[in-house]
Design a protein around this ligand. Structure first.
Ligand SMILES: [Zn+2]
Length: 473
C-alpha cells in the first residue's frame, strides 16, 4: 500500500481555503475524471495505474490443466485517491474477461494497448472512498518472454504450472495494479486436481477436497508488491515444520529433482537456518512463514517470491540450491520484499542487499570474508559492464545487470568500511525497522546512511559507487 497523508492533507487545506475565498455553488457536481493508465515508472510506463490505492486482493483460481488453462475470480479492494470516472487494472495476454462489477454493480470494460483493462463503473468513485472490483475471467495464461529480461508470468511445467512475476507477469494470470509502489495484502485460493499440490505466498490457511478437486487456501497478510506474488501447482514432496526460532517453514521439491537421500530434509533445514540467521543480523523475520520451492522450470533463475522463494533447478536432480543462493533469496525477504523500491531503477536496493546478504552469510559461516569477495569482484577489468553500468539507474533492459548485484553489494561493503561494523549493522537494522512493509528510493537510503557517518564523505562514496559509470579508484 502506498501512503497518502501529506498530499491529501495539503489538498484538504487548499479546499478549505478555497471555500472561504470562492465557495463553489452548492449544486456544482464534483468533477470525475479517468485514472492514469500507468503508475509513473519511467522504465515501465504501462505498468500499474493511477487514481486509486489497492488494499487487498482475493484470488480464487481453478487450474484446469495446461491444455485448458484457468477459470478465476479476482476481487480487488481499493480506495480512490481522486474522483474517478473510470480506472484501469493491468491484464496481459489472451485471458478472456467475462464480467466485472464495481461495488456489486455491473461495470463497463474494454481492453486497450498491451495490458490495460479499462473499467467504467456505473457511478463515479469519490476520492477517499473505498470500492471493490470483481473480475471474472478464464483462458490460457501466456507467459511473457522479454528479449532483455527473460521469462516471467504463468509458466507451464511437466506436472502443473508456476507463476513467477518479476518484473511483470502477475498480470498474465490476474487483473492487478502491477506496480511495486502499490503494495497490498493477498488471499489466494487455488483449486486443482486432487492429485496435485498448490502452493502460494505466505501462510497456509487450509485445504478441502470435494470430488476430484482440492482447494488450497494461502494468505499473505502483510503488504506485498505484485511482482512477488507466486503460484506453484504440481507434484511436490512437501515438508512442514518450524525454524528453531519458531517461524513456520514450508518447503517443497519436485519429486523428479528430489532424488538424493536426505535432500528434502537438508533443504528444509538450510531454509530454516538462514531465516533465523537473517532475523539475528537484520531484525525479526518480516513475514508469518518462510520456506522454498524447488521445481524444474527452465527459466534459469530463482526468485524471492514473498515468504517462499522459488528455485529453478531444471536439469539438476539430486542437488539442492547452494547456501549462497538460499541466503540471497531469504535475504530479499527483508530487502526488496518488506522494504521495496518504489521505482524499478532503484532495484540495487533489492539486489545489492541480497548479494551482500550472501557475502555476510559466507563470512559468518566459515566461508570467504566479505572483504575477500569484494577484492575478487574488484579485480574485474574496468572495461566490463560491472563498471560501465550506472548502478542507481541501469536502464530498463539493465535491471538485472551484473552491476546492480555485485556493485550494489560492493557499495554496501565500502559503506561498512567507512563507518565501521557497529554503525553499519545498526544502519542495516534501522533501515529495515523504519521502512518495513513500505516503499523506498535510493535518495531515502542515502539520507538514512548520513545519520551514521560524515555527510561529505558519504556523498563522495555514493557518487562514486552508485551514480558514476566507471571503476572507482
Ligand atoms: Zn535477487
Amino acid at each position: 500500500m502506498s501512503r497518502t497523508p501529506r498530499a491529501l492533507a495539503a489538498m484538504a487545506l487548499t479546499a478549505a481555503a478555497g471555500l472561504v475565498v470562492s465557495a463553489p455553488p452548492a449544486h456544482a457536481a464534483p468533477k470525475f475524471t479517468p485514472g492514469a493508465p500507468g503508475a509513473g515508472d519511467p522504465y515501465f510506463p504501462d505498468m500499474g495505474n493511477g487514481g486509486y490505492d489497492v488494499a487487498h486482493y482475493d484470488v480464487a483460481l481453478r487450474y484446469l490443466g495446461n491444455a485448458k488453462g484457468i477459470r478465476a475470480v479476482t476481487r480487488v479492494k481499493a480506495r480512490a485517491t481522486k474522483n474517478l470516472s473510470r480506472f484501469n487494472l493491468d491484464l496481459l495476454g489472451p485471458l478472456k474477461v467475462h464480467s466485472i462489477t464495481v461495488n456489486g454493480a455491473k461495470a463497463g470494460f474494454r481492453r486497450t494497448g498491451a495490458q490495460e483493462l479499462v473499467i467504467t463503473p456505473r457511478k463515479g468513485l469519490p476520492r477517499g472512498k473505498a470500492f471493490s472490483v470483481t473480475v471474472t475471467y478464464s483462458g490460457l495464461p501466456k507467459k511473457v518472454e522479454d528479449a532483455a529480461l527473460g521469462v516471467s508470468g504463468w509458466i507451464p511445467t511437466d506436472d502443473g504450472a508456476v507463476a513467477l512475476n518479476q518484473p511483470f507477469g502477475t498480470a498474465t494470470w490476474m487483473p492487478v495494479n502491477d506496480t511495486p509502489a502499490d503494495k497490498a495484502t493477498y488471499n489466494i485460493a487455488l483449486t486443482v486436481p486432487k492429485a496435485l499440490t498448490a502452493l502460494s505466498n505466505g501462510d497456509f490457511a487450509g485445504k478441502r477436497t470435494a470430488g476430484a478437486w482440492s482447494t488450497w487456501w494461502w494468505k499473505m497478510p502483510r503488504p506485498m508488491a505484485s511482482e512477488l506474488a507466486m503460484v506453484a501447482i504440481g507434484k511436490y514432496n512437501v515438508k512442514r515444520g518450524k525454524t528453531p526460532k519458531g517461524v513456520p517453514n514450508i518447503t517443497a521439491i519436485d519429486p523428479t529433482l528430489d532424488t538424493a537421500p536426505g535432500q528434502g530434509a537438508a533443504f528444509h533445514k538450510l531454509t530454516a537456518d538462514v531465516t533465523d540467521w537473517g532475523s539475528k543480523v537484520f531484525g525479526r523475520y518480516p513475514f508469518g512463514s518462510t520456506g522454498g520451492i524447488v521445481d524444474a522450470l527452465g527459466v534459469g533463475y530463482a526468485l524471492e517470491t514473498q515468504g517462499r522463494p522459488v528455485y529453478d533447478r531444471k536439469g539438476r536432480p539430486g542437488v539442492n540450491p547452494s547456501s549462497g543462493l538460499v541466503a540471497h533469496e531469504i535475504g530479499h525477504q527483508w530487502f526488496g520484499n518488506s522494504v521495496t523500491p518504489r521505482y524499478w531503477k532503484d532495484i540495487w536496493l533489492n539486489e545489492g542487499f541480497a548479494t551482500y546478504t550472501e557475502w555476510l552469510h559466507s563470512e559468518q559461516h566459515g566461508g570467504d570474508s566479505a572483504q575477500k569477495t569484494f577484492d575478487e569482484v574488484y579485480a574485474t577489468p574496468a572495461t566490463e559492464d560491472l563498471w560501465t553500468v550506472k548502478v542507481s539507474d541501469p536502464g530498463r533492459d539493465g535491471i538485472y545487470a551484473h552491476a546492480v548485484y555485485d556493485r550494489g553489494a560492493m557499495t554496501l561493503h565500502v559503506l561498512r568500511k567507512t563507518i565501521g561494523d557497529k554503525k553499519f549493522f545498526q544502519l542495516l537494522r534501522s533501515w529495515y525497522a523504519q521502512n518495513r512493509d513500505g516503499n523506498v528510493t535510493t535518495r531515502d537510503f542515502v539520507r538514512h546512511s548520513k545519520r551514521f557517518g560524515d555527510d561529505d564523505k558519504l556523498d563522495t562514496l555514493f557518487k562514486k559507487w552508485l551514480h558514476t559509470p566507471s571503476k572507482p579508484a
